[in-house]
Design a protein around this ligand. Structure first.
Ligand code: URA
Length: 238
């Protein structure tokens, strides 16, 4: 890959800023000062350094975000801010995308990566990746709803959902629940409750496979996955 692209991708500034670094003789390849921004390098095999510090080449990035409401789970949107707009330029350089979608008004765990294979596996209907949601429901949630979700309910388009696990945290005029689903149909949680005559008034995803939303992350905050989280995710997908 081109040297300027590598350095820009690894957070050493824009291609213009990288040119300045090269002019300053700050960049070496295998110990030799290099000034040619178009030079082709193999960042895995060759020792590329800036001010004497080796550039660690990273191909993939894995971000856990606490998605805030009002933001779209997409890479770009004409009208609204997207989850990618919330990332800093270093992370954006990796051209990441959200793994699946949360509705504009839904909060919670969103994985953002540029690893297409991992994303594909996590979203594959064959993998049945369990996703847990916390929700507030307008209406009394009952044992009958637990049973209905466990058996699968029919959505408004005739689709029969796979078994879901419903846990009632509190039941009243406004109920609080947690629900595990194995699929990711459009508006699935909201439509499952509609199927039993109830309305979701607040929705937050709290886990996806082995990944749990980090309670330390405020709305709109994000961080890279830890090595443990990433290996658990890869193992889960294998
Ligand atoms: N189900 C929904 O209804 N909305 C979401 O954002 C996620 C799951």
């Amino acid at each position: 890959m081109r040297l300027d692209k590598l350095l820009a991708n690894m957070g050493y500034g824009s291609r213009k800023e990288v040119k300045v670094l090269l002019k300053q003789k700050a960049v070496t390849v295998e110990g030799e000062v290099v000034k040619d921004s178009a030079m082709h390098v193999d960042p895995v095999k060759q020792n590329v350094a800036v001010f004497g510090e080796r550039v660690e080449y990273v191909e993939f990035i894995y971000i856990m975000m606490h998605k805030p409401p009002g933001v779209i789970s997409a890479t770009e949107d004409r009208y609204d801010q997207t989850v990618i707009d919330l990332l800093d330029p270093y992370v954006q350089h990796f051209q990441p995308f959200p793994v699946g979608r949360l509705d504009k008004d839904t909060e919670g765990l969103l994985l953002i990566t540029n690893d297409g294979n991992l994303a594909h596996n996590l979203l594959s209907p064959k993998k049945h990746v369990p996703k847990w949601y916390y929700a507030k429901i307008d209406g009394v949630v009952t044992e009958a709803d637990i049973e209905a979700f466990a058996n699968g309910v029919m959505l408004d388009d005739g689709y029969e959902t796979k078994p879901g696990e419903l846990v009632i945290l509190s039941s009243g005029a406004e109920s609080e629940i947690e629900l595990m689903i194995q699929e990711g149909k459009f508006h699935q949680v909201k439509r499952m409750f509609e199927a039993v005559g109830k309305k979701v008034t607040y929705l937050k995803r709290i886990s996806m496979g082995p990944l749990q939303l980090d309670a330390e992350l405020e709305l709109g905050d994000y961080r890279e996955l830890t090595e443990e989280e990433l290996s658990a995710l890869i193992k889960h997908n294998a």
